[in-house]
Design a protein around this ligand. Structure first.
Ligand code: ATP
Ligand code: MG
Length: 440
């Protein structure tokens, strides 16, 4: 990242002196200087360049002097730091400047080496505090996001639990209801055989209830009720699996269950809409062992990657120049699970034939807040959170391959075994004693 420095001095020679002194770093794109000849001009430049890191200002200048400039700058509540340059021995003004919030001072005639050391030191400091601020903002947002997800998870788990109880009466009884209906139909059929001449009253009732249709339809009806209840049971199971967000320990899970339950949650988004066809899911799962993971967090990763793929497909389908591509291929997401090349690791690949990612965006995808989506649609946190979950929480790898206008592929690789807490503590103890031995 380039550091920006504003130099305020009415001496024109100062500009070329600075450019010469810092020419290497300017050429390498590490430093950029902006110049102003007095306080007024400086204020204008500050307003134009909101990303300044440092202001270097002379005290004695025409129009607006350095001390007044400092006062004005203070009013803007700046994130940059200020160095004042004053005549040697002018302690009174230097003290005033420091009281106005100047960070450091240099005296004239300027020693360029001194200037370089001071600028370097302060820029390092500014960089550090900016990074700290960025991290703080990020961890705040992540905290809010994970709080939200865990709140949502708890709610989903609660609702799923509430549905689960009445649902188990229904799905448990439907089997018996089906059996009883079958028995009753058989019994009625025997009655019919034994009593081939039904009374008038019986015949009337049979006509009224459309007996023949009822006998034929009842088994079909019971069957479709069974399919419906099985589907609800499956949805409830997926919701419960999906909502395990705040588990504190690794659990052994079949990753394919996580993929299926995430797809179940996203099913509505995959369906055909008035302006686009259905998004097809092609699954290719190989037989894999269960892996140690935080299941809810892995669901969050799958959810982020699959939602992005759906967004990219919708994007491509909405673009005139891209739409022709879908004349002979349907919008698709391929999901493949297999053993990774690394021993004892598995790999999950999620590929779409959506809009693809421009080359210049590839290095920014995991940056927090990087988004190409309109305001209100994307926060730019999905991939940065996913990256953290895969790499830091699970010691895995997350890679992206993309071709503009063709599609994007995400490769998640995860170790099958995670160190349990006891193992981790034992490993730390071992390492400690190994280090102690080195010092003995
Ligand atoms: N499958 C994909 N195809 C094309 N572009 C993608 C794909 N996945 C991610 N991107 C690009 O990466 C950017 C960052 O993704 P990320 O998930 O981090 O944020 P987002 O989707 O924009 O917002 P949100 O925080 O709601 O997830 C997206 O804005 C998009 O430009
Ligand atoms: Mg996203």
């Amino acid at each position: 990242m380039v550091s920006k420095v504003l130099v305020v001095d009415d001496e024109p020679a100062f500009e070329s002196l600075i450019c010469r002194k810092f020419r290497k770093r300017i050429r390498q794109g590490e430093l950029a200087f902006i110049f102003a000849a007095n306080g007024n001009e400086a204020l204008e430049k500050v307003r134009e360049n909101t990303d300044l890191d440092l202001v270097l200002t002379d005290i004695n200048m025409p129009q607006m002097d350095g001390l007044t400039l400092l006062k004005e700058l203070n009013r803007l509540n700046p994130t940059f730091k200020t160095i004042v340059i004053s005549a040697y021995g002018d302690m009174k003004n230097i003290r005033k400047a420091m009281n106005e919030g100047a960070f450091d001072f240099l005296t004239k005639p300027i020693n360029l080496n001194d200037l370089e050391v001071t600028v370097e030191k302060i820029l390092k400091d500014v960089k550090k505090s900016k990074e700290l601020e960025r991290r703080l903002a990020l961890s705040q947002v992540q905290l809010i996001q994970s709080e939200k997800m865990s709140g949502l998870g708890q709610m989903v788990a609660g609702v799923a639990h509430e549905i689960n109880n009445p649902m188990s009466f229904m799905s448990g009884n439907i089997v018996h209801a089906e059996e009883y209906a079958r028995d009753l139909i058989e019994l009625v059929k025997i009655f019919q055989e034994e009593c081939s001449q039904p009374s008038e009253r019986l015949q009337e009732k049979m006509d009224e209830i459309e007996f023949d249709f009822l006998i034929e339809d009842l088994p079909k009806l019971m069957q479709s009720m069974k399919i419906g209840s099985d589907r609800i049971v499956e949805i409830v199971r997926s919701l419960r699996c999906f909502s395990r967000l705040d588990e504190a320990k690794f659990r052994k899970v079949d990753i394919r269950d996580n993929i299926d339950s995430t797809l179940m949650i996203l099913r509505n988004r995959l369906k055909a809409k008035s302006d686009r066809p259905e998004i097809e899911i092609v699954q290719d799962y190989s037989e894999l062992p269960c892996i140690d993971c935080y299941s809810g967090q892995i669901n969050q990763v799958l959810m982020n990657i699959l939602s992005n793929a759906i967004d990219a497909l919708e994007d491509a389908l909405g673009m005139k120049e891209e739409r022709d591509r879908f004349m002979n291929q349907s919008p698709k997401i391929w999901i493949q699970t297999q053993f990774s090349q690394k021993p004892d690791w598995i790999s999950i690949r999620l590929k779409d034939n959506g809009s693809g990612i421009p080359e210049e965006n590839m290095t920014k995808l995991f940056d927090p807040f990087f988004t190409t989506k309109p305001i209100g649609k994307g926060t730019g946190l999905g991939l940065s959170i996913s990256y953290e979950i895969v790499t830091e929480k699970h010691g895995g790898q997350l890679q992206i391959f993309s071709e503009l206008g063709k599609g994007t592929e995400f490769a998640i690789e995860l170790p099958i075994h995670q160190q349990s807490e006891e193992n981790a503590i034992a490993a730390v103890k071992e390492e400690k004693s190994a280090i102690q031995e080195l010092y003995v």
